[in-house]
Design a protein around this ligand. Structure first.
Ligand SMILES: NC(=O)c1ccc[n+]([C@@H]2O[C@H](COP(=O)([O-])OP(=O)(O)OC[C@H]3O[C@@H](n4cnc5c(N)ncnc54)[C@H](O)[C@@H]3O)[C@@H](O)[C@H]2O)c1
Length: 362
């Protein structure tokens, strides 16, 4: 029984790799779940994870786990090229699926999987974890309060050294399966861009999409290592412009999100959190820029100390994942709609399609 009096759901995990640590941390500690199984092709990985996270059993075969552990919810945490068939196996047995992003390479494949879930009366939820980070939730509150006026622009930018020696994507001898996705390695990050853009734009529609995908570092391993994209369309308040940028050649590592409106702007960096809000302040037009500088400068300095503390507490960029999972499990337990809807999953996949089509038609 959970603290809410509802029975805990039987949970299982497929894939005991890097991201599983975040999911398993939640599953071990949440009263909403009972961790009945961990499956990985490697018996060593599944066995070690099962011991570390107090799972009831470990497996190397998914069908066997579904048969013996009888989970209510399965987390699919394997490389993206395996999500489709693994999620289908679970959904067809009437099991809810929480699937890591990117759930599918294209929106049509995402729609097919969602249809399987609907047919079997269960939920299929893609992990949109950054939407649940504290800074994004705060930024949404700032927008909802009208502090920056109507939203007209969103700018999302990530810099990560994916080509540097030691990067999990740069090994020529053991290529990461993500290289086979339509956007190559950038497909590992682009779902985050897409759902954040959709959410923060107020679910804008993008009538014109220009995207330049490059392989600046050259060679055959990387399909692309750089993306520069512009979106022009509409949201409920008028014309909307979006910018998406991925770079592996600039420093420092960052995941910056800027929302600009008719009355100001709000900005954060999800890797190094702070929230800057530039908007109308008391003191009139003359003093507003100075007050904004003083308020944001003070907040930035405080964020430095807070982030140091958060690092010690291991409250890193993945902290939104625990809230996403908790909200999702609560929805499953209460028979309510999960916090990431099929429409949101499809809209994110459709934006990725549009970005890739823009390259194909250049
Ligand atoms: N949401 C996020 O912020 C975030 C962060 C990192 C990774 N991810 C996503 O999580 C997924 C997994 O990434 P990762 O970095 O953990 O990968 P990983 O390579 O570290 O781990 C994948 C694991 O899956 C296992 N596996 C593969 N096929 C299997 C099968 N058929 N049955 C059982 N086990 C199988 C592998 O043995 C491996 O242990 C990817 O889709 C990735 O994009 C999401």
């Amino acid at each position: 029984m959970t603290s809410s009096g509802l029975p805990a759901l039987r949970s299982a995990v497929i894939g005991a790799g890097a991201i599983s640590l975040q999911h398993l941390d939640f599953l071990r500690s949440s009263s909403r779940s009972r961790l009945v199984g961990i499956c990985d092709l490697s018996p060593v990985s599944s066995g070690i994870a099962a011991r570390r996270f107090d799972a009831e059993d470990s497996f190397t075969d998914v069908a066997t786990m579904l048969e013996q552990a009888r989970p209510d919810v399965v987390h699919v945490l394997t490389p993206p090229n395996t999500h489709g068939f693994l999620a289908t196996m679970c959904l067809e047995r009437g099991v809810h699926v929480i699937c890591e992003k990117p759930m599918s390479p294209t929106s049509s494949e995402a729609a097919e999987l969602l249809a399987v879930a609907a047919k079997h009366g269960v939920h299929l939820v893609e992990n949109h974890n950054y939407r649940f980070n504290d800074e994004i939730l705060e930024l949404q509150k700032v927008v909802a309060a009208g502090t920056i006026g109507d939203v007209h622009e969103v700018d999302i930018r990530m810099a990560l050294p994916i080509r540097d020696e030691g990067s999990r994507f740069a090994d020529e001898n053991l290529p990461n399966p993500i290289h086979d996705m339509p956007a190559g390695v950038i497909h590992d990050f682009i779902t985050h861009f897409a759902y954040l853009m959709n959410t923060l734009s107020g679910e804008a529609t993008y009538e014109r999409v220009a995207a330049v995908w490059s392989n600046h570092g050259g060679g055959d391993l990387f399909r692309f290592d750089d993306l520069d994209a512009l979106l022009v369309g509409h949201n409920a308040t008028g014309p909307f412009h979006g910018r998406l940028r991925f770079s592996c050649s600039t420093k420092p590592d960052l995941f910056s999100v800027v929302v600009r409106g008719s009355g100001g702007q709000a900005a954060t960096d999800l890797f190094h959190p702070f929230l800057e809000v530039v908007g109308p302040r008391p003191g009139g037009e003359q003093l507003t820029p100075i007050v904004n500088h003083i308020v944001n400068g003070t907040k930035l300095a405080r964020s430095g100390f807070k982030n140091f503390g958060q690092k010690l507490l291991q409250h890193g960029p993945y902290h939104g994942l625990a809230k996403f999972l908790d909200d999702t499990y609560a929805a499953f337990q209460n028979g309510q709609a999960p916090p990431v809807s099929p429409a949101q999953i499809l809209a994110a996949a459709q934006l990725v399609d549009q970005l890739l089509e823009a390259e194909a038609s250049r």
